[in-house]
Every structure is written in C-alpha cells, then in structure tokens.
Design a protein around this ligand. Structure first.
Ligand SMILES: [Zn+2]
Length: 411
C-alpha cells in the first residue's frame, strides 16, 4: 500500500466526484446529489450540480452513493512489528474507507518513537494515538502486562513523550481490567487520569473484567473521556444486567463521558447494544478495536462494525456520525463546514447495499445482516484510494483451541 501510494504521490490531479449524496456534514448539508471538485492541492474547489471536468481531471462516478467526512476508527491497533497484536495501517485504513485511524495504546512512552518513525509518519492515513499509560504498551499483549506495579508507569517520561508528539498524541489509554492490573486494582487508572489532567488530554479507558468495576472506572472520568468496550457483554461488566450501573452510565453519557464501541475479539454484544439503543442509550462512537486476533474472526473492518450497529437499531445518520464527526471531536479534529470551498477534502464515498451475511459478535452470537455499509473510495491529501469491505480469510483450524487467533482475547 505504501509503495502504491508513493508511486501515486507525484501525480496529483484535480478530482471530480460526481453524483454523491452528502451525509453527516452538519448544518452545511446540501439536500440532494452534488458533484464535488477537488483542486490539485487537495482542497475543495466547488460543490454543486453539473460541474465540468477537463481532460486532466480524474472523475469518480459516485452513481448516487453517499459521501461523508472521511471515516474515523477511534480504536484500532496499528503498531505493526512493535507489538505482537497490531495490524498494518493499510489493513484498516484507506482501502477500507477509513482516513483516520486512532491507535488505542499500542505504544507506551518507551517505544512511541518507533511507532512514530516507522508507522505514523509513513502511512497515507492520518494516524493519531492514545499513549498507553504503561511504558511498554502492548508489546506482548496479554502475556506481559503493561501494568504490573508502580514500576510499569513513568510519569516524567510519558509527559515528555506527549510534549514531543503533541501533533499526534491525542490522549492517554489505560486498560482497566483485572487480567491486566491484577491486584493493583483502580490505582493505575487514577495515575493515568492524573497524567491526562497534567497533559490537558482526554483519556480512553478499556473496561472489561473487574476489578476495577465499570462503576469504579466511571467515577474517575471527566466529560470528554472515553469508555471503550461500552457494550461488552462480560459478566460483571455488562450495563444491561445491573440497574445501578445502567443508571450511572446514562448519567455519565449525559455529562459528556463518551461511550465507544471498541468491538474487538471480546468486547461487543449484540444483545447489550440492542437493549441499550432501544432504551435510548446510543454509542458516541463506533470503532473496531481491530488487531491481529480479531481481523479474520469477529470484526473484519469498520464498515462491517457500522453495519452491525445499524442492524441493532441505530439509525443510519447516527451510524455515520458515530464513525465520522463524533470521533473527530473526541480527538480534537475540526468538524465545521467540512464541505466548504477551501477546506481540505477528506471524504469517504460509500453505498448501503442489500446483502445476507452471517456475522458474530464477540460472544459468538450470530446475526444476519441484510444492509451493509460498502466503502467505494477514500479521498485524502489529493489522492483517491479505491475501497471495499474486508473479506475475512478462512480461519485455520488449530488442534489446541479450534481457530487461529482464539488465544488471549482481552483487548
Ligand atoms: Zn484495543
């Protein structure tokens, strides 16, 4: 992908996107199909009907597809080679319709420089990061905990790394579940919160197996902070099995604590999502938690995750907003007038198509999806990438556990 991109880099041309329906652009939304002309510098030059293309202009036929701000995956793992769990950005990025990938704590202060040099600065996608509060990040994910005891966190070094990378570090990540923190409990989360306050950044907290409990985690957070794996169905951590927790989550969401899907291998339940949405509690953002252990099993890509949320009752416009402007606000990206002339054109062209697809959630519950988000093109920095949904590889049977990648499923 990188090589392909580099080959294209010399040849930026004007781009005309024809016959697309804008969605999730907020107040500036045109009502029907439009054409969008993008200049050689990657900026929007005109929006309207019947725009003309000269011989030099690359024409993208939208054929009445939708166009939204570029899709954002607020929780993925792309420190490929630096952790045992991460995929390459290209596997979750432009070719899947995603223009911004937010890495959720793959790197800590000790290895962030490599993540930046070898991945972030080379990818055609915008890659932002939540810095893991644990110095080592997810080097050997779920085998060597990043939060064993006080020696796992170095406040001074972490703050220095944040200062040196303010353009790409957008928050602090803490995995607050028992299998990671052991008997250390809630303390690393409190240290992470202190770090986030000093740095003036939000934090993203992973909830899972207690301790600490979901309730305890919420008590530490402020508006703007993100709870990922919000609709997990784990015993003791499911918001629909405990009225007290449910009431607390509703109150926190009203206060501005952001509920993020973070599907992953272990953390999304159709049933919890369906009940929550039916009762009026919508997720703030839709994200995949894509990593090597769930790419070919439960998750596949952002488009499939969006389709799952559509299938459990989240309205179409809300699905698109939760995959574009909502996560953009969570990481400080501007969202006003994104289709105005002069703005950088960062767009995803996609369809909603009929299908009949059997998928599972993280608990193995099966669902049949009949309406699928299907990305067609991703546009960023004056380049066009063709996009499609990911078709998972056949899962290879393994004698020990049934399927490859079925081992540790914490994240
Ligand atoms: Zn994750």
């Amino acid at each position: 992908m990188l090589e392909h991109w580099a080959q294209e880099a010399g040849g930026r041309a004007r781009i005309l996107v024809r016959d697309v329906k804008p969605v999730a652009f907020g107040g500036s939304l045109p009502e029907a199909q439009v054409d969008i002309l993008i200049d050689e510098g990657g900026k929007i030059a005109a929006v309207g009907r019947g725009l003309k293309a000269d011989a030099e202009t690359r024409v993208i036929e939208g054929k009445n597809a939708y166009v939204s701000p570029g899709w954002v995956d607020l929780h993925a793992h792309v420190w490929h080679g630096g952790t045992d769990i991460s995929i390459r950005p290209a596997q979750a990025g432009l070719q899947r319709g995603v223009t911004t990938i937010v890495d959720a704590g793959s790197a800590g202060e000790a290895n962030f420089h490599g993540f930046r040099e070898y991945v972030i600065d080379r990818a055609p996608e915008r890659i932002l990061a939540f810095l893991n509060v644990g110095s080592i990040g997810l080097v050997a994910c779920n085998r060597v905990s990043e939060l064993i005891d006080t020696r796992s966190i170095d406040m001074d070094r972490s703050l220095a790394v944040i200062e040196a990378n303010r353009d790409v570090i957008v928050g602090i990540k803490c995995r607050a579940s028992g299998v990671i923190v052991g008997s250390w409990g809630i303390t690393p989360l409190k240290i992470a919160k202190k770090m986030a306050r000093i740095a003036g950044l939000p934090m993203m907290v992973h909830v899972g197996e207690a301790p600490p409990t979901y309730d305890e985690v919420l008590a530490v957070l402020d508006p703007g902070d993100i709870v990922t794996h919000c609709f997990n169905g784990k015993a003791g951590s499911s918001i629909t099995e405990d009225q007290h927790l449910w009431d607390l989550v509703v109150k926190c969401a009203e206060r501005g604590i952001r509920l993020d899907i973070g599907h992953g291998g272990a953390s999304f339940s159709f049933k919890v999502a369906e009940v929550a949405i039916r009762r009026g509690l919508k997720p703030f953002s839709i994200s995949t938690d894509l990593h090597l252990r769930c790419l070919d099993t439960t998750v596949w890509d952002l488009a499939t995750t969006m389709s799952k949320l559509l299938s459990v009752g989240l309205p179409f416009d809300d699905v698109v907003t939760a995959s574009t402007t909502a996560p953009m606000t969570a990481v400080g990206l501007p969202v006003a007038n994104l289709l105005a002339v002069g703005q950088n054109a960062e767009l995803t062209v996609f369809d909603l198509v009929d299908d009949d697809l059997t998928v599972t959630d993280s608990l193995g519950q099966i669902a049949h999806l009949t309406r699928m988000f299907e990305p067609r093109f991703a546009i960023r920095n004056g380049h066009v990438a063709e996009a499609s949904r990911y078709r998972p590889r056949q899962r290879a049977p393994m004698p020990r556990c049934g399927f490859d990648g079925c081992g540790a499923q914490q994240d």
